[in-house]
Each structure stands twice: as C-alpha cells, then as structure tokens.
Design a binder for this molecule. Structure first.
Ligand code: TYD
Length: 142
C-alpha cells in the first residue's frame, strides 16, 4: 500500500436477531487517541472532494454505509481504495494526499481523527504538497 496508509480489519458483532454492532476504540481498532469524529454524507455521486494532505494528522476512514473510493497518493505511489464494507477501515497518516470520489447514494463515510480541526494542518496546494512530500517520503524510505 501507499506509505503511511494501511487497511485495518474491523470486526463487527453480527447478530441476526438483534442486529449488528461495530466497535471502534482508540488504541485498539483505531491506532491513536481519538480527538475528533466527523461524517461525510449526502455527497452527489459526481462529486470528488478532499484534494489535500495533512501535515501531522492521522485518520481512519470507515464507510459505514454504501461505498466510496479513496485515492491516496504520495509523490512516489498512488492507490485507489474502495471502501464498501464495515469490515475494513483505511488508515491515512501524515503527508498523504487524498481525494474521495464515487460516493454511492446514501453512503456515509465516518472519519476518526487524532487531532482537533486545525486549518493550519492542511496542505491544499498540490505543488506545495509535492515539494514537501518529496522530502518527507525520501527521508522516510531511508
Ligand atoms: P474539508 O476538510 O474542506 O472537506 P473535504 O476536504 O473533505 O472536502 O471541510 C469542509 C468544511 O468543513 C470546511 O469549511 C471546514 C469544515 N470542517 C470543520 O469545521 N471541522 C472538521 O473537523 C472538518 C473535517 C471540516
């Protein structure tokens, strides 16, 4: 997978009689202290959003309903991850560029984040991102 990303196996409790339950706990399924939770939903299927990286933030994305595709990339690697199962979360660490697209109707993307919202943690300019991420991931590979 792309550096600083990985799939996290989730284990919902399935119960035909009572219904299902998906636990997400910090330092267990989620590999960092959870400081923020948000949902992305009601996204038109033609919409592509994201177009940024974070400097420090760690996140886990779980599509708890429907399906969405997440493009993650660095200056060296790129991958499109289809999230469409409550059995899988996508961990996205620092300095990974992400774009989200192909939201199915009624999809709900749950995002767990390691820090409060901080506009200064975003890199939205792709050229600036490429310069910073090139250095970051060159060091990372050593
Ligand atoms: P943004 O991060 O731009 O969404 P995306 O990159 O997925 O398209 O966020 C959209 C708006 O929501 C923006 O005005 C900031 C606000 N926002 C918060 O107030 N708190 C949050 O935790 C997040 C993620 C966004």
């Amino acid at each position: 997978m792309v550096s600083n990303t990985r799939l996290i196996k989730l284990s919902p409790f399935m119960d035909k009689k009572y219904g299902d339950l998906l636990p997400l706990e910090e330092m267990k399924e989620i590999p960092f202290p959870i400081r923020r939770v948000y949902c992305i939903y009601d996204v038109p299927s033609s919409m592509r959003r994201g177009y940024h990286s974070h400097i420090d933030l760690e996140q886990v994305l779980v599509c708890i309903q429907g399906q969405v595709t997440i493009m993650v990339k660095t200056p060296f690697e790129e991958e499109n991850v289809v999230l469409g199962s409550r059995y899988t979360g996508l961990y996205v660490g620092p300095m990974v560029w992400r774009e989200m697209y192909d939201f199915s109707k009624d999809s709900v993307l749950l995002v767990l984040a390691s820090k409060p919202y901080d506009v200064d943690d975003y890199i939205r300019d792709y050229n600036a991102y490429k310069r910073l991420a090139y250095d970051y991931f060159s060091d990372y590979a050593k």
